[in-house]
Design a binder for this molecule. Structure first.
Ligand SMILES: [Fe+2]
Ligand SMILES: [Fe+2]
Length: 225
């Protein structure tokens, strides 16, 4: 969750308009390959099932960054001020990771409430394989050149933001569908499923912007933020 101040429907609708008026970030080869694979396996159209797969993958860069950063602290604790700056970055990776976790759990809950059938191979095994691939790519890029890993994540998050907003825009029935959830206390409560998904899209935008900001300050030793 980006902030605890929940936005009213009118503000979330403005955010939707804003996203849909913005061009998408150009996707690099890795992100193109990932979405090409997802389109082949799950079809080209957005769906809650496909978003759930997206959220399985979305968490892993933050996990990779956290783990590489802890290793960096092991090697840099002789300069405590520097190690401390790395640790403060880890705290933000954890926040983003938790935010993505709620997205995943909320989507799972929505799908289960609708009794959407989730085939074992397509919706359990393949997403984990995609996450495995994406984790190792994020880990490797972050260890070698953090800027590249942040850029990769920004492209992924930009795609997610646009896909959520376009999905809501194309389904007016979501405006009157109530969102009943066990995660309201953790994530926030919303009047409708449309508002919930718009809020998730705004979270993705924040993740994207945070990654783009880090592109400029990526190298340890040049300041961690
Ligand atoms: Fe997400
Ligand atoms: Fe995200």
């Amino acid at each position: 969750m980006i902030d605890c101040d929940q936005m009213p429907t009118s503000r979330l609708q403005d955010e939707q308009e804003y996203t849909l008026s913005q061009p998408r970030l150009p996707a690099g080869p890795a992100v193109k390959l990932l979405f090409w694979l997802m389109d082949r396996v799950y079809g080209p159209d957005a769906s809650l099932s496909k978003f759930r797969v997206l959220e399985v993958v979305a968490r892993v860069p933050y996990i990779a960054w956290e783990q590489v950063s802890y290793v960096a602290i092991t090697h840099t604790h002789s300069t405590p001020g520097f190690a401390r700056r790395i640790h403060s970055e880890i705290a933000t990776y954890r926040d983003q990771q938790d935010n993505e976790l709620y997205h995943l759990l909320i989507l799972e809950e929505l799908l289960q409430s609708e009794r959407v059938r989730q085939g074992f191979w397509r919706y359990r095994v393949v997403p984990q394989a995609l996450a495995w691939f994406y984790y190792h790519l994020s880990w490797l890029l972050f260890a070698l050149r953090p800027r590249l890993s942040y850029e990769l994540n920004a492209q992924f998050e930009d795609h997610a933001e646009h896909e959520y907003m376009a999905y809501v825009a194309s389904r007016p029935e979501l405006e009157t569908r109530r969102w009943l959830s066990d995660f309201g206390d953790d994530y926030g409560t919303f009047d409708s499923v449309a508002d919930l998904l718009r809020n998730i899209a705004v979270d993705e935008r924040h993740h994207k912007l945070e990654s783009l900001e880090r592109v400029e300050f990526a190298r340890f030793g040049a300041g961690t933020k």
